[in-house]
Design a protein around this ligand. Structure first.
Ligand SMILES: NC(=O)C1=CN([C@@H]2O[C@H](COP(=O)(O)OP(=O)(O)OC[C@H]3O[C@@H](n4cnc5c(N)ncnc54)[C@H](O)[C@@H]3O)[C@@H](O)[C@H]2O)C=CC1
Ligand SMILES: C[C@H](O)[C@@H]1OC(=O)[C@H](O)[C@@H]1O
Length: 256
């Protein structure tokens, strides 16, 4: 038999930023693939809505209202998972944000907020999850980067720097943890309509600029991203390590 399993049945995944947007979609997609899901974000009401949908799919949802920039919150999440003996097979570092300042205008506060949310949190969650996955004999770590980590965009140098760093963090963690059966990969989306981007995408001129450099001439729909996220969380990607999968309608191949 050559076809590996794409199912996540019997697995437990932790998804940060699962209250809305891409994280919400991945959390539900994982439940549809059979996983139980630990969902983390700052907004309890968003988490409860996500949990309700996860449970409607026959999976368990574990809610953690937390700020991923607060290391004590991260510590508390893993202490709780350990005390409740909740396994961790899959980690998706999704939580992220952007402040689209020009480089000459970036403040210290903006730098710290974007770096702490997008990059620092992903490393601490990965370190905590990696230790448990090593003990368990393996696991899957997926971090959401961006095409902004690979090509220059007009959406901010600090955000782009965090997304490029995620690509390199992914390679280094894969190098160190591959022998423990841990697959560490990243997904680099182009534009998807979410609360983070809806104002931008509502601007017709801006949307036309996006489509002009997108071979598929459309922005992403959330199922376009959930498929690759399920692949990287499943046994079907057991020999894929340290990679960044750009889910971008062909944007990153666009030359002239
Ligand atoms: N939407 C898009 O077009 C693209 C998004 N991305 C990345 O995808 C990821 C998700 O983006 P979207 O779903 O669009 O964003 P969003 O703003 O719609 O959702 C982000 C989620 O992260 C949570 N979050 C943010 N800061 C947090 C914190 N400090 N602690 C806990 N939770 C926090 C929010 O509560 C929300 O649930 C981000 O890493 C973003 O950089 C990458 C490329 C394109
Ligand atoms: C493609 C980028 O990641 C996209 O650009 C933005 O302005 C948003 O911050 C998204 O992340």
């Amino acid at each position: 038999m050559y076809l590996p399993s794409f199912s996540l049945k019997g697995k437990t995944a932790l998804v940060t930023g699962a209250g809305r947007g891409i994280g919400h979609a991945i959390a539900i997609g994982y439940a549809e693939a059979g996983a139980d899901v630990v969902i983390v974000s700052r907004t309890q009401s968003d988490l409860e809505k996500t949990a309700e949908i996860i449970e409607s799919k026959g999976s368990k949802a574990y809610i953690f209202e937390a700020d991923v920039t607060n290391k004590d919150h991260i510590e508390k999440i893993f202490e709780t998972l350990d005390s409740k003996k909740i396994r961790l097979d899959i980690l998706v570092n999704n939580a992220g944000m952007n402040i689209r300042s020009k480089a000459m205008d970036v403040s210290d506060e903006e730098w710290n907020t974007i770096m702490n949310t997008n990059l620092r949190s992903a490393f601490w969650f990965s370190q905590k999850a990696g230790k448990r996955m090593k003990e368990a004999g393996g696991g899957k770590i997926i971090t959401i980067s961006s095409v902004a980590g690979h090509v220059a965009l007009r959406t901010g140098v600090v955000y782009a720097s965090t997304k490029a760093a995620i690509i390199q963090m992914t390679k280094n963690l894969a190098l160190e943890w591959g022998e423990y059966g841990i697959n560490v990969n990243s997904i680099g989306p182009w534009y998807f309509k979410t609360p983070l981007t809806e104002k931008l995408l509502a601007n017709e001129e801006y949307l036309n600029d996006i489509l002009a450099v997108t071979p598929q001439k459309r922005v992403g729909e959330l199922p376009d991203l959930v498929g690759p996220a399920v692949f990287l969380a499943s046994e079907a990607s057991n020999y894929v390590n340290g990679q960044t999968l750009f889910v971008d309608g062909g944007m990153t191949i666009q030359g002239f």
